[in-house]
Design a protein around this ligand. Structure first.
Ligand SMILES: [Zn+2]
Length: 174
């Protein structure tokens, strides 16, 4: 057994000088598409919440769900967690929602990454797989696109120094 306390992420912030403790976690309350809707189109949002969004767009409906992107940090027990949004097809969205009470963890749903992360080059529309989890835990995300820095980080790990750089970037936007 490793002792837990020795592997907790903490760093003295070069921006504010404070000690930030615990693995970084940043979440977006809504998909980027929703944030960018002009005021006049806000009533196209037909469903909204912490885990789901449905937005009318002409004859189409965009379906978004919240998921966790968990990037491992080398030498830390807890990953760097992004609370992000993915758009699913209507069919997959309904399958996901109706499967909530009886989650099949071997299942996965194709989706398009729908959050614009700071620090990384454009993350919108990366191809992803949503992997549902039991016990009310938000699904986690796999990114299909090789070659994108975020996909590489997710599939390997980031260093503590990089985690610190990204966290400072998020906590103290210039
Ligand atoms: Zn700081």
């Amino acid at each position: 057994m490793k002792s837990k306390s020795s592997n907790i992420f903490s760093f003295k912030c070069s921006c504010c000088g404070e000690l930030h403790e615990g693995s970084p976690s940043f979440a977006f309350p809504a998909p980027t598409y929703v944030n960018q809707l002009p005021e006049s189109e806000k009533d196209n949002i037909i469903e909204s919440g912490e885990d789901l969004f449905k937005v009318k767009d002409g004859d189409n409906i965009h379906h978004f769900i919240r998921a966790c992107l968990e990037v491992p940090i080398l030498g830390c027990d807890e990953p760097f967690i992004w609370g992000i949004w993915v758009s699913l097809s209507a069919q997959n969205f309904n399958r996901y929602v109706t499967g909530w009470d009886d989650v099949d963890e071997s299942d996965s749903y194709f989706g398009w990454f729908s959050s614009k992360l700071p620090y990384y080059d454009d993350t919108l529309s990366l191809k992803a797989q949503v992997r549902p989890r039991k016990n009310g835990i938000r699904p986690y995300l796999e990114i299909e696109q090789d070659g994108h820095e975020l996909a590489n980080d997710l599939n390997t790990y980031i260093s503590i120094e990089k985690a610190q750089r990204i966290a400072e970037f998020c906590m103290h936007p210039k």
